[in-house]
Design a protein around this ligand. Structure first.
Ligand code: ZN
Length: 154
């Protein structure tokens, strides 16, 4: 295999079908009417931008929507994030976001296949350090939104 072939093969692996599916048909994209909290953030290294809006009822994430632009990984991760955390309590979502960020950054092992649903497709991104921020961006924004909400409340 030439270097070019190798690069192509790894990119192909990086952009798995499931990532492209979320990128092309993002889940929960848009805004939440009367959102309780919203936050947004850029990833200047890649030009990604993600905004998150939340509706929280009785401490549970009732509605989670995102807006944004950027690479397939950043947008797919945001789409997957909305599906994963809807229905979680604020505390559960904060904990899961931290788990995910740690697993992506290699501070913790990535869980067995199948345990994280579609998010599993992002495990390959760890092999491309410059793209890790793309995958964690939506989760950083989610964490900031939840912290802001907790602050507003107290
Ligand atoms: Zn990106």
């Amino acid at each position: 295999m030439t270097a070019k072939d190798q690069e192509f093969a790894s990119l192909e692996w990086l952009y798995q079908e499931i990532i492209l599916d979320h990128f092309k048909r993002p889940r929960n994209m848009g805004t939440v009417d009367g959102a309780d909290v919203s936050e947004e953030e850029d990833n200047p290294f890649c030009g990604d931008r993600i905004g998150v809006q939340l509706k929280i009822r009785n401490g549970v994430l009732e509605q989670v929507r995102f807006s944004g632009r950027g690479c397939a990984i950043s947008q797919a991760s945001a789409s997957m994030m909305t599906e994963k955390v809807t229905g979680m309590t604020v505390q559960e979502a904060l904990e899961f976001a931290e788990e995910f960020r740690k697993a992506m950054r290699g501070d913790k092992p990535f869980p067995q296949e199948g345990q994280w649903d579609d998010l599993d497709a992002l495990r390959g991104v760890r092999d491309f350090p410059v793209r890790i921020k793309c995958a964690t961006l939506a989760w950083d924004v989610l964490q900031r939104s939840l912290m802001k909400w907790l602050h507003q409340k107290s």
